[in-house]
Design a protein around this ligand. Sequence first.
Ligand code: RBZ
Ligand code: NIO
Length: 360
Amino acid sequence: MTIFEQVDLWASRVPIDEERAHERKEISREILCRLNSLTKPQGSLGRLEDLVLWYGLACGQSLFPDPGGVVCVFASDHGIAMSGVSAFPQVVTVEMVKNFANGGAAVNVLARQAGLELMVLDMGVNADLSFLPSVVNAKVAYGTQNFLTQRAISPSEMVQAMKTGFDLSVKLKVQGKGFLVLGEMGIGNTTSASALISALLELPPVLVTGRGTGLDDRGYRKKLEVIEQALSLHGPTISFPLEWGMAVGGFEIAAMAGAILGASTVGLPVILDGVITSASALLAWRICPRVKHFLLAGHVGHEIGHKAVLEHMGLTPVLDLDLRLGEGTGGVLASQLLKSAICLFHQMATFEEASVSGKI
Ligand SMILES: Cc1cc2ncn([C@H]3O[C@H](COP(=O)(O)O)[C@@H](O)[C@H]3O)c2cc1C
Ligand SMILES: O=C(O)c1cccnc1
């Protein structure tokens, strides 16, 4: 099977909108009926009510338990990090993975506070991490190729990375997880994400590229140059979004795109984080637009490419906190509001139960 056939097969398993129209209408009706019966003026919980509706539609249920979620941090190294596009050295990727394993990174703190399980997957860190039992070994290779000279990912590597994500989502659903927050770690990956966004949205790099971990003006100019060069190197040979994923993507970006396709197939709601997770969502969406029903934009952050993707996909972010960290931090923060919304939906008394008078 070619990579295109494999990816088409995955996409074909995502439910067809027309086939789900009746079911979606019923679920919306039941959820709105309960929301409107609770002791509050109709609609007064604003976007929290939208979150409940999104969640029910994504799960395909109007009756669902309080969800327990999981945040998956996909880690990988990038060949492009060698081209001076990050304010930090490449070795920070493996160092941060150890930090995740020891519970000391920002996402660990937030996940603990939110009561979320945290999983770290080694998709292609440039070091042997087998001595860390808490890190899932899904290594495709020791980092991607530098996409200034060749495509970052080969077709077989792309399938392998996407399959890891796809199978993970299916497994999480079977285990009864209520939602998946996507997170990532990989020095250089804002360059990969911005290149992908620029190519897929057909916008000049300067409109979708930020300073990542904090590049100075010189570093930022270099990053723009690198992206421009990469787009003109690969552009002439590329016809499909998936090919852009291989040309300038990363193993963690591919795995997250696969996870989104898998989650959409089984009805596992997905919460996006920053610019990198959003670039993977854009790739998955271009492969199969129906994945959109299963996506929640956790936040919009500081990177301009992040805003561009969310606007393009018509996703309204839950939070706007000027974050620029990644790891899944903004997604975890947003999941707290989703959980609050669902608790309200389940636990508030109705007008009838509380003997409260309705609207005149
Ligand atoms: C200590 C540290 C912790 C991080 N946690 C996430 N990132 C974030 O920064 C990286 C992308 O930025 P760039 O493209 O500029 O390299 C990713 O690994 C991302 O998750 C971090 C970066 C650093 C330095
Ligand atoms: O928006 C993000 O996710 C982000 C921004 C800078 C560095 N790493 C991640």
